[in-house]
Each structure stands twice: as C-alpha cells, then as structure tokens.
Unconditional design. Structure first.
Length: 200
C-alpha cells in the first residue's frame, strides 16, 4: 500500500512539473516569418510601421469592409497584453484610437490565434483553386469574381521577426471551398480579433 501511495505521489509530482510552463516563454505554434512582406513605404495617414513597434509581440489586423471605413485591430504584448482598435477618420485623414484595454485574459485570445496558425499563414493565392475535370482528365483553374466584399491584412512582429499576409473576400471563398484550411484559419483569426473589440 505504501509503495502504491509513493508511486502515485511520484506520478503526481512529475505531472505537475511537466504541466508547469516557463514564465519566460510564450508558445507561438507553427511559425513563418518573412520581413520582405512588410511594406517599407509608409503613408503619412497610416499607423506607424510595425518595424518601429516597441512591443515584443504585436498582431495587426487591417479591416477593409465594403461601404465602411478602414480600421485596425492591434493585439500586443510588452509586459502586459493589450488590445486597441483604430478607425480611419476621413475628416482628419488619419487613424483615430477608438478603444483600448489591457487585460490578462487577452493571453487566451492570443493562444486562440496561435491555434489558428496566425504565425504560419502566407498570402492568398487565388490561382491555387483548381478542380479535376473527369471528362478531360485535366486540372483546370477555378476563376471566381467578387465585386463587393471585405479584405484583410495581417502584420505581425515577434521579437525581431516580421511578416504580413492578406486575403480578399475570405468569407465568400471559404463557403465555396470548405476544404481550404488556410481560409478557415484566416476567417477564425478575423473572428477572434473582431469579436474582442466588438464585445468590450
């Protein structure tokens, strides 16, 4: 009986030790960075370049919705987790801070983004959509055209690593191509960040 209790205690201690995370580490999942995707040309009316950001981690989502003003949602970490929303003011020709909050629970939001490969996606390539024609025995491109819709761009910084990628009309394309996991991940990223600022 004593051996069984000692064995259980040993297993419990090892599980606790394994479950503890290093407080100096933040899990970022699958990761791909390409600094060349970050535009070096900065417009005066835009947010300061992410290349100049003082944050250790920063994820920016630029939202361009049909019939609406552009906006940025910025999730960042520099000692604390923070989320901010900036909306474009046509009157002032610049982005104006609409809301901002610091919240420890934003780490959960960050981990949800990691689960959806926020650091591993690359630019949308519509030419990759194809089908196999059983009659001709050929692979043929699918040509889709959307006149109105939403487009998004993600920029991120992790330490001194940067990347950027964007999708046009991902909601529509995801309905047409439900097996495209990249679109599903991207739509989840958009949903996670927009719901964070919409449900303050």
């Amino acid at each position: 009986m004593i051996k069984q209790i000692l064995l259980l205690l040993a297993i419990l201690v090892s599980m606790i030790g394994f479950a503890q995370k290093n407080e100096n580490q933040i899990f970022i999942g699958a990761f791909y960075a390409d600094k060349s995707t970050i535009s070096k040309v900065q417009k005066n009316k835009d947010l300061p370049s992410i290349l100049k950001s003082p944050n250790q981690i920063e994820i920016r989502l630029l939202v361009r919705e049909a019939w609406s003003s552009r906006r940025y949602i910025v999730l960042s970490f520099e000692k604390n987790w923070k989320i901010a929303e900036y909306t474009y003011s046509h009157r002032d020709s610049t982005y104006i801070l609409k809301s901002e909050r610091t919240d420890k629970t934003l780490e959960i939001t960050f981990q949800n983004l990691v689960k959806n490969n926020v650091f591993a996606l690359s630019n949308n390539d519509k030419s990759s959509y194809s089908y196999f024609n059983l009659k001709t025995n050929q692979i043929e491109k699918i040509h889709s055209f959307i006149t109105d819709g939403n487009s998004y761009k993600v920029e991120f910084k992790v330490g001194e690593n940067y990347s950027s990628y964007g999708f046009s009309h991902p909601e529509s394309f995801a309905r047409w191509y439900p097996s495209d996991h990249k679109l599903a991940d991207f739509n989840s990223i958009v949903s996670i960040l927009t719901s964070e600022v919409n449900n303050k």
